[in-house]
Design a binder for this molecule. Structure first.
Ligand code: 5AD
Ligand code: SF4
Length: 444
């Protein structure tokens, strides 16, 4: 009997891509492929690509060249490129990289199966938007955590963002289909789900083949499932952050006390140029509403520095908003021009790279200082922690996450997938440290 063919997948970019990769893996295993530990020697080398920032592109190209070198040594190797970058360059991928055999956009993962099972001899690309790959089996990295894609695409037109061009208009999955999927996951041991979409809280208006619904309604339905302990989601848009979702955090036990709410910039002028559809005051008003109903909630955000035309005064406003809000954490990005986006045309207004880097350093200082200050509220408290494995810095300790999304490193005895009480003894901007409270554990 022949040994099973092997595959290796490298994933770039966001959680949506991580999730798509799990689908790819599940699909390949159902086709009889086995996962290889590394690129070298795999029969099928796959890349799930991202195009949100330029850096992801260039890292990916270096990996792709490595795959080409493997293919020169083993010419039967199949190289596949999926995801947003593939979608954004489409058939150009074969011109630029003639050793690629198959390319496919997001939502086209099932076409990869078709390609592999028809023994196609010529390179092929699959780029139409067809919506979801929802019916494919998923291979989960951890048995107790799962991702659910609730919508695809985005109807916003943020001027820096490539997503509307690569992922098309928003399409939502029907509510009952999502509830059934999560129920099935819970029956198979999932305790925590993360709902994924480019603009999750706009969910419900573009349901394909089903009734209109709302994101808050989805949260209520999922909360009612027995055995589902934690619901997370990413990312909402401040424009659509309405009271019903804010109240769901306060009322529904399984909805985690964490919200990732992308600010992008604190300058109303730049927000307008970004076409974000809210201004500084409106963002602060949303934060006040969220905290009024959820005083302990962790708020994290995304910020872009060096958007075309950003002045020192605009940037100072971003710092002010970050000081004022006191985020529990932030992803910070230097603006990078993306093809087919409105902002990429503002070449004359591009901010010098050195200026952007210097602003980024100042921003990170404020973000980290405020996050460290905020994290002190946890010291002395006992938090429920979902154990993920051993600590990355000290294998004798455990690592998990609190409902707030904080990484907690702690001493104690527990298995991955258990939710245990941990008494917090120290906090930095990034992580919490603590000890598992054995007495409290007996009571959970
Ligand atoms: N340049 C820099 N950052 C970007 N993001 C999206 N597009 C760009 C870009 N062109 C950031 C935004 C978004 C996050 C996922 O990536 O902050 O919220
Ligand atoms: Fe991009 Fe804006 Fe849509 Fe987010 S909301 S995916 S930043 S266009």
């Amino acid at each position: 009997m022949n040994a099973a063919k092997t595959f290796h997948v490298t994933t770039f970019g966001c959680q949506m891509n991580e999730h798509d990769s799990e689908r790819m893996k599940g699909m390949l295993e159902s086709l009889g492929y086995a996962e290889a530990p590394e690129q070298e020697g795999a029969d099928l080398i796959l890349f799930n690509t991202c195009s949100i920032r330029e850096k992801a592109d260039s890292r990916f190209i270096a990996y792709l060249q490595q795959a080409a070198a493997h293919k020169r040594r083993a010419p039967g190797t199949v190289i596949g490129v999926g995801g947003c970058w593939a979608q954004s360059v489409k058939h150009d991928v074969f011109r630029q990289f003639p050793y690629v055999d198959v390319a496919f956009g997001p939502g086209q993962v099932h076409k990869l199966a078709e390609f592999l099972t028809t023994d196609s001899l010529t390179a092929q690309g699959f780029f139409e938007f067809e919506g979801f790959t929802g019916h494919l089996p998923v291979k989960r990295a951890r048995d107790f955590q799962g991702w659910v894609q609730i919508s695809a695409g985005c109807n916003m037109k943020c001027s820096y963002c490539i997503v509307p061009a690569t992922r098309g208009r928003q399409v939502d999955r029907p509510l009952d289909e999502l509830v059934a999927e999560v129920r099935d996951m819970v029956e198979n041991g999932v305790l925590e789900v993360t709902l994924l979409g480019q603009n999750v809280n706009a969910y419900g208006r573009a349901v394909r083949g089903g009734e209109r619904s709302s994101f808050a309604a989805l949260l209520h339905e999922l909360d009612a499932l027995d055995g589902l302990r934690r619901i997370r989601y990413t990312s909402p848009h401040p424009q659509d952050m309405k009271e019903d979702v804010v109240l769901a955090h306060a009322q529904l036990e399984s909805v985690c006390p964490h919200m990732h709410l992308p600010l992008q910039t604190g300058s109303s002028r730049v927000l307008k140029a970004m076409r974000r559809t809210y201004d500084r005051a409106r963002f602060l008003d949303r934060v006040a509403l969220i905290r009024e109903h959820n005083p302990d909630i962790a708020l994290t955000t995304d910020i872009i520095v060096g958007f075309p035309g950003e002045t020192e005064a605009d940037f100072a406003e971003t710092l002010e908003v970050c000081e004022e809000v006191g985020f529990d954490g932030a992803f910070t990005f230097i603006y990078s021009p993306r093809r087919d986006t409105e902002a990429a045309e503002l070449v004359e207004d591009f901010v010098d790279h050195e200026i952007a880097v210097a602003r980024m350093e100042r921003l990170v200082e404020v973000i980290q200082r405020r996050a460290a200050e905020r994290a002190q509220r946890f010291v002395g408290r006992t938090l429920d922690v979902l154990v993920e494995g051993s600590s990355r810095t000290d294998a004798a300790r455990l690592r998990g996450r609190s409902g707030h999304g904080k990484v907690v490193n702690f001493s104690g005895l527990a298995e991955p997938g258990e939710i245990v009480p941990v008494q917090i003894t120290a906090a930095t901007s990034q992580t919490l440290a603590g000890e598992m409270s054995l007495l409290a554990r007996a009571l959970v």
